[in-house]
Design a protein around this ligand. Sequence first.
Ligand code: NAP
Length: 483
Amino acid sequence: MVSRVIPVEPFDLVIFGGTGDLARRKILPGLFRRFCAGQMPPEARVIGAARAEMDTSAYRTFVSEAIQEFAGVLTCEDGTLDGFLERMHYVPIDARGENGWSELADLMRDDVVRAYYFSVAPGLFGDLAERLNLHGLTDEATRIVVEKPFGRDLETARALNRDLAAYFDESQIYRIDHYLGKETVQNLMAVRFGNMLFEPLWNSQYVDHIQITVAETVGVGGRGEYYDKSGAMRDMVQNHLMQLLCLIAMEPPSKFDPDAVRDEKLKVIRALDPVEPHHIVRGQYEAEEGAPGYREEVNDPRSRTESYIAMKVGVSNWRWAGTPFYLRTGKRLKARCSEITVVFKALNHSIFGEQEDHRNVLSIRLQPNEGITLGVTIKEPGPGGMRLVDVPLDMSFADALGDHASDPPDAYERLIMDVIRGNQTLFMRGDEVEAAWAWTDPIIDGWETRGDVPKTYDSGSEGPVDAVQMLARDTRVWRKVAS
Ligand code: NAP
């Protein structure tokens, strides 16, 4: 199958924080991969901006090193990297000062798409928005991209939305949740809304429950100071797991259009039930040989921040009332895997007599090995009567679609190109983010009021035993955490 890459319009993309970790590991390598795929037109330019004093030549060396370290398996022919580097520029700029703004204004062109990526701490979003406006660097077609964390509660999220809304219309603001840029997440929408097969069964009459798991093997590492002020609920559930839940639970939008999709996601968030304390398990990993425990890693022996959370969530609407959504995410777990599992109900009646419990299970795997698997029940081969067995019907994209599917664009690549195309479908709208915080805040406040202490769990395990017991009380089991 031939890959169809349509070049985007010429653009000037300014990366504020162009020397930071995110730019180095994700944004610049992502742009390079799109360049190699032929998606960047010759007139496209990328302008790094940060306080560090350096010239464009030094920035090109920085970009070159980032590409070589993080662009992955993709290698360009000799000369191609140079072609990419020629499009890189750098301006020293202070988001909070006057330094560099007129140089940036001189560099920007009028007849191309202008996009500003705020790859800096959220505390600088307002300063950047204000100075861009002050120096005449924006117009109605300008786009700005902002990163998570978008607030740490409803109040701070509202303040950020207000800071941006003072200078930009909502249609110009691209709030990144990179989970939405993953190939399989979009495939989830294609599978749901592009087939006759699933949608009629996609409700509480046929679906027993849904599990969403995002498991990591790493601990907090060098992010300890930041993470301890955040925890799994703020860092993962309020954004990534919430977005996955929305895509699974939402009603079919009338068309695949940014506001139609985001309207439906917003309705899901507003239909979420408050979560009872006994439907939440919080955990902290313990030390293992050679690796410190959570509290040592964050250097606070009394920390009550969770590195793991499991919860049972209800969606009170016509489609989902009675079907629980079980969410869990954590660090230092047994395997790295992100997976959504839709477990269908057992048959009302088996014509094959006494058999084990057989159910259809649809697994949507985000990482590793992106793909979708449907468990179906068939006859076990061989003589000896009608014994039933469950086998996976593997919808591996690589097998069906060849190389084109085996190396899909990374989430950041896709999302940056969507910004240039002006397509907001895979970005969070301001009201969605606020609704997600409005649901999250009372849960976190409850822990603080009650002095909730996380359970401990062994590093390399599947999480606290209490999480297993929470599902056992509902006569259900978690899917194995396996890579
Ligand atoms: P970082 O490594 O600390 O980089 C921060 C960048 O901002 C640097 O380029 C820094 O350069 C620049 N900067 C700081 N103060 C500035 C100022 N006053 N004016 C202009 N530039 C300034 O941070 P990061 O990890 O790249 O993260 C950037 C943003 O993305 C943060 O909001 C973070 O939460 C978010 N994020 C990061 C990741 C990730 O994997 N790293 C993932 C998701 C979200 P100078 O010091 O030279 O100015």
